[in-house]
Ligand binder design. Structure first.
Ligand code: PCA
Length: 325
């Protein structure tokens, strides 16, 4: 090779490398919860980490508050490649894939330690299902424990009869049926409005969503039943992932691991701070009475049985692995 040829090859090579460093991939990440929610803030930090760790090569724009897709549409949007990745409430997928609903079964896992075990047990099954559908799991973070909100005092489960009950998943609709309430499915983004118009007067969710929706403007009671901890999962389209170079793929999965850890810590902190805010805004926050708790546990027992049947071998694998931990 002449010096001249060598020189031009070297220059061209450098230009290519420089070009590659500057080539930027832009992704969109839809979420269903308000920009101030701890999950959404974690998504933003995750996106910032990815950008930093990939040397600017992967630039993810977070779209919180169901602004790009409504909560139940996000999984499909990732699956069909309309977006590269998205945040999904796992229990929203339960009717399609029962294993996604394991963390929505009342009283199966009720503490953060048990929720962590359940996630460990659930993860291999979820990963397999996602792979079959051309997706991958990046990270999952639980909501704080679920309690019951009500306008009037609840002494027993029969006090829920006939109330207009807001549901966010198949399992929360099923609870309404079992207690004789009228279920209305409303995702978190529309909850504040449903409360303002009186469409709903009872429901189960976290202190976090109660705070986000300023429930104290219409409701008085939060019974801290700690019934389950549903998770949000961030999923990515496998083809989009494969198009990234190895270093950028690693930046994405490393940032996801950090986001999972950060999210669980934020969720724990959120449990306490959100309940404190409910109290500060005039709500009664209390554990359920023994009678109410017994009633809820009976509902839970029916639902564990129903879910186990529906989830078949996958459900059995999850519950067996979980119980061994
Ligand atoms: N908030 C979400 C899901 C669970 C939770 O705590 C909601 O209420 O829609």
């Amino acid at each position: 090779m002449s010096f001249k040829t060598w020189l031009s090859t070297a220059v061209l090579g450098t230009a290519l490398v420089a070009g590659a460093t500057h080539a930027q991939t832009k992704w969109d990440l839809p979420g269903a919860y308000g920009a101030n929610n701890f999950h959404s803030k974690n998504l933003v930090t995750f996106a910032e980490d990815v950008k930093k760790m990939s040397g600017g090569k992967l630039d993810i724009t977070v779209h919180p508050g169901a602004s790009l897709f409504k909560a139940p549409e996000i999984k499909r949007a990732v699956q069909t490649g309309q977006v590269q990745l998205g945040e999904v409430l796992m229990v929203n997928v339960e009717n399609e894939i029962a294993a996604f609903g394991a963390d929505g079964v009342p009283f199966l896992a009720t503490s953060y330690d048990d929720a962590a075990k359940l996630w460990k047990a659930q993860k291999p099954v979820i990963e397999k299902k996602l792979t079959e559908q051309g997706m991958m799991a990046l990270y999952a973070v639980p909501w704080p424990p679920q309690g019951i909100y009500a306008k009037t005092e609840l002494k027993t489960i029969t006090d829920l009869k006939g109330t207009k009950w807001r549901a966010y998943s198949p399992a929360t609709s099923r609870i309404a049926e079992l207690v004789g309430a009228q279920p209305v499915t409303i995702q978190a983004a529309e909850l504040a409005q449903a409360l303002a118009t009186g469409t709903v007067t009872t429901f189960m969710t976290s202190g976090s969503t109660g705070r986000d929706s300023k429930v104290w403007e219409s409701l008085k009671y939060f019974y801290d039943a700690q019934a389950w901890l549903p998770k949000n999962i961030v999923i990515v389209n496998s083809d989009a992932f494969k198009k990234l170079d190895a270093a950028t793929q690693k930046a994405l999965t490393d940032a996801a691991a950090a986001a999972e850890k950060r999210g669980w810590d934020a969720s724990k902190a959120e449990t306490e701070s959100s309940k404190a805010d409910l109290v500060k805004n005039g709500m009664t926050v209390a554990p359920p009475s023994a009678e109410l708790k017994t009633g809820l546990q009976q509902v839970g027992a029916t639902m564990i049985e129903e879910w186990t049947k529906k989830a078949g071998a996958d459900g059995a694998a999850i519950v067996d692995a979980y119980k061994k931990m």
